[in-house]
Every structure is written in structure tokens, then in C-alpha cells.
Design a protein around this ligand. Sequence first.
Ligand SMILES: Nc1ncnc2c1ncn2[C@@H]1O[C@H](COP(=O)(O)OP(=O)(O)OP(=O)(O)O)[C@@H](O)[C@H]1O
Length: 604
Amino acid sequence: MEREGNDCVERTKFLPDGGASTLNSIMFLDHVGEVTLAFNSDGLSWKLIESLDNDNSTCLGIKSVSEIATGIKLSDIYAVEFINHGLVHISNGPHSILGVDLEMYRFTVHGVLRSKTQPSPWILATYTFGHKDLRTCQMWVNGLNASLNLELGRPRNLMVFVHPRSGKGNGLRTWEAVAPIFSRAKVKTKVIVTERAGHAYDVMSSISNKELNSYDGVVAVGGDGFFNEILNGFLSPRHKAPNPPTPSDFIISVKDNHGSMVHDVSETVEETHNQTDDHFPLLPSQQTTSRISNSNSGEKDHDFSIPNERFRFGIIPAGSTDAIVICTTGSRDPITSALHIVLGKRVHLDVAQVVRWKTTPRSKVETCVRYAASFAGYGFYGDVITESEKYRWMGPRRYDYAGTMVFLRHRSYEAEVAYLEIESDENNSNLKRNHQGSLIRSLRSPYRSERSVCRVDCKICNAKSNQTSTGVSCSTPYLSPEGRWVKSKGRFLSVGAAVISCRNDKAPDGLVAEAHLSDGFLHLILIRDCPHAAYLWHLTQLARRGGSPLNFKFVEHHKTPAFTFTSLGNESVWNLDGELFQAHKLSAQVFRGLVCLFAAGPEA
Ligand SMILES: Nc1ncnc2c1ncn2[C@@H]1O[C@H](COP(=O)(O)OP(=O)(O)OP(=O)(O)O)[C@@H](O)[C@H]1O
């Protein structure tokens, strides 16, 4: 490094491929001082020149040098912008203890600041560097941008759906708050503000694969229900897989190909969606028309492979419930989500395929297929969603009110549930060991202490077993030879299947703390009828961080890839990702890592 006053001899040399050698420049860092700025394959680092001579202690309230950031990894930078001639504030060194403003050319590096003590939410970081020579600044900007262009997996073109009435009606404002992050990162966005329920579904299900392929992904600005709508619009016309097993008592026209309760998808009559029947916001006529127009246009549509590593979904939380965002980014923060998207993070997500079984008056089998990314619940959960619809005007608080009302009613429902038991499932065997004795299971059981929570780079989710070369499995999960079907019949307060842990404001560890994002399992939670006080105890445990809501005798917890359900009463209301779904007979199977999200998983 050579210095002559404020002049410097440039040694930075960006390579033709966009990389840069490890040489450095002397620059001014706004609000800090004169620094040596270096760039190598890891990113940018800088060192305060004054710190070479001075001690780093606090003086008159000015931060010690050791607290000032000294670099940023390339993978944490999402934009570098030239911002022309202007003032740079120098707060240290020989100039003045109060600082001075110097005029020079500047550029800003935009990135993420991650605290070691509190890994989420992510915080926006901007570092403005100045130099009196225009060419030096431009060289840094061009070189850094060329290096950013080489970063793999960052999106260039996204479709964005904004639900303006989501949550407290903040969907549009939430998008406006994060949109500058996308423009700074030079990500093109096609923004569609939905006008009605079902709008996003219609766009996603009718868009040609060719057009969809021109995007790197789809972003939902809204809640879990809105993401569910987009996911269904994406998967319904594109995901081809046999249905899960039929419920055991549903024997009409069931062809037993596999010596089990397997139903052949080719024999079913796909149900036309009925808005009044299951409250799902679909517009059948439009959906059918647009699909026909795609296939009749004379042009063969391109294939769209699912799972698809490149094409990802992003969620910017704006809803009443944002469990999927919390489980995949560790935080319910629009900025954290936006940063995960522009930095091109990737995590696989299991998706449950849920099928309602019915027969028509002419004895034909009708199926209605839905997908859920977080949760499918019956009984208590179905009633809460039904009740809450009456109080929409209350906003997100309607769930607290409806939950209390339904809890006070303490209804139970007669049903039969069958699930595929996997031999190695420790939850299930633990359950068997504990079925005698008091209401609560031993809190010292291995069940609690051994639970492994899903984190960034989760070993369980990344395990290669039963996977394709893309790292995910999309085979029909219930055809695994390892399992055997087990039935559970009785009166249940609720039947729930969690695809992911479903962390939320009410349940900080989620409904099932040890659920993983992409291990290929559902967590089936059967809450048998029990005294009202005992149920309250269970709910209290759910609401506590570190609680043990599953350690009760009346709670069955089965980790399974598939289950079937038959209501033995009249009730048929299910809650799929917060949306209502009517099904008297239902079955579900999980597809491991069926979709990818712009997220990294919750940080440790
Ligand atoms: N413009 C719109 N007007 C009314 N409803 C819409 C609109 N756009 C989407 N929806 C519907 O609103 C439902 C709920 O959306 P979202 O999950 O974002 O909100 P929420 O406040 O969390 O609501 P909920 O608690 O009902 O899930 C979605 O299923 C979607 O079909």
C-alpha cells in the first residue's frame, strides 16, 4: 500500500471474467474514515487506516473501531450502485473528533448484516465508499457487479402476486416497502395485485409452461392461505402422480393393484371444483377455458419438470398467519424474506397432496385434489376456521376469538384414521411404551430430549436416501415396502397433519417442534377426547417455548408418509394451510421436497 496524503496508488485489478485479484485500494468509508478496501473471492473487506496507530477504545461516545464492520461476504451482497459525486462523512482520524464532510465520487454496497447473537431477522446493510477519482469508483462498481453476476442461483425475473387485503390489509404497503430491494438488485418483477380470491390460482394454472419458464420463480405477498392458492394453481395442472390410498372403507370401484388400499388415478373422475362446496376460491369455467386454449393454440406447450430446482417460490409475509415464512426464514419479516429472495437462497419443501373421496349418484368415484405446504387439520382446526369466517371484520384477531369459542364448546368427532407406520419411527414406538399410567407421559422420555430441530443446512432434510439426482424424491411415498398400515378409531378433538413445524406467534416451537422442511414425513397428531382441563393443559404447552404438547396420553403422534381419514359423523370440515376444505373421506401423502423456496431454513 502506498499513500501520498489523500492520493492513493490503485492496485485493484478486476479480472475479465468478473472476478478480481486480491489487490486493494485506499478509499473513504462513509461515517467511518479512510480504509484500505480489498476484494477477493470471499468478498469485500476493509481496514481503518487510523486503527493502525490509534487504540480502539470508545471516546466521547464514538464507537470503538472493533465494533465497526470490517467486511461483507460476496454471498451477502445483493447490489452495488454508483451514486456520483457527493459528500462522504469522515468521523475519525486526524480531521476532527466530530468528523468532516468531504466531496468525492461514491458507490454503495448493499447487503445483509447478520448478528451472531440474533441470527434473524436479517438487517439491511449499506456501505458507501468514496474516492476522488471517478474511474476508480467505476472500476469497483463494474468489477463488483460482474462478480455478483457470477453468483449462482440469483433470480433475474420474478412474477409477484400481491394480496392487497391480506392480514391487516397491508399487502400492498408491504410490497412497496420491499420493492426497492428488488430494483436495486436488478431483479425484474411482473407484479399482479389480486382483485379477488382465486385470481392468483387462475393465473398460475392457466399460464403456459413456456411463459412460466421465463420466470425464475413466483413471489407471494400475503399469508399462508394466499401461498396455498398459488401453490395449488401451480401444481394442480402440472403435478402428475397417482393418488394416495383410499380410506379403507371406500371400496367402490377400487382396484387393488398392490395388495393394499391403492386406488388407480386413471379410474377416477376428476371433480369439477365447486366453490360453494369446499370454499376454495376457484373459478371452474375460467380455469377450464384457459387450459383448453393453451392446448388448442396449435403450439405444443413446453414441459415443466416438478420438482424443479431452478424455479422457486418466495413468500413475503403480510397475512394473519405466516407459519411457512417463519419456518423457512426464521422470522416473520418482509425484509428478511426479500433478502432471501434476491440472494437466491434455496430450500426444498415437502408438500402434502390431499384427496377428497366421494361417489356420485351414478356410483362413479370423484376425487378432488388439493396441496398443502404447512398443515391439514380436522375437528378443532376445521371449526376454528369455520367460526373465524364469521368474524372476518375483526382482522387477524378473529382467530383468537374463534379459537376461544371453539375451545369452550369442546366438541369431539368420531372418526377412523389409518396411517402408514414406518418401523424406525421412534415417535410411534415411544407412544407404545407409554400408554399406561397417568394423563401425562414421562417428561424425561427420549421423545423430548432427542428431538432434532430443522435448521439451515439440516442434515436430515439433506440426507440422500430415496432421492433422485436432483436431491429430492418425487416417487409415490406410500408404496415404500417398509411400512404397514395401522388403524386408529375413536372420538377425537382434532386430527392434524403437520408438513412442517408450523411455528407461529401462538406456538413459538410450532405444532410439532421436530418436524422438518423436507424429510418426506407428515406428523399426524391425533388428540383423543379428554377432559376439558387436560386439553387446556395441552394447549398451554403448545403456547410455551420449550413446551411438551405431545407428551400426553390422549395425544398420538405418528410420523408417516401417508394417512387416510373417514368421518364417522356428519362433520367434514378440514383446514388446509388456513383455508377451508370439505372432506368426509380423505387421504393424504407427502411428496418430499416437491417445491423449492427462496429461503435457507431457520438459523440456529
Ligand atoms: N384481492 C383479494 N380479495 C379477497 N380475497 C383474496 C384476494 N386475493 C387473495 N384472496 C384470498 O384470501 C385468502 C387469504 O389470504 P391470506 O392468507 O393472504 O390472508 P390472511 O389474512 O392470512 O387470511 P386467512 O387468515 O383467511 O388465511 C386467500 O386464500 C386468497 O384466496
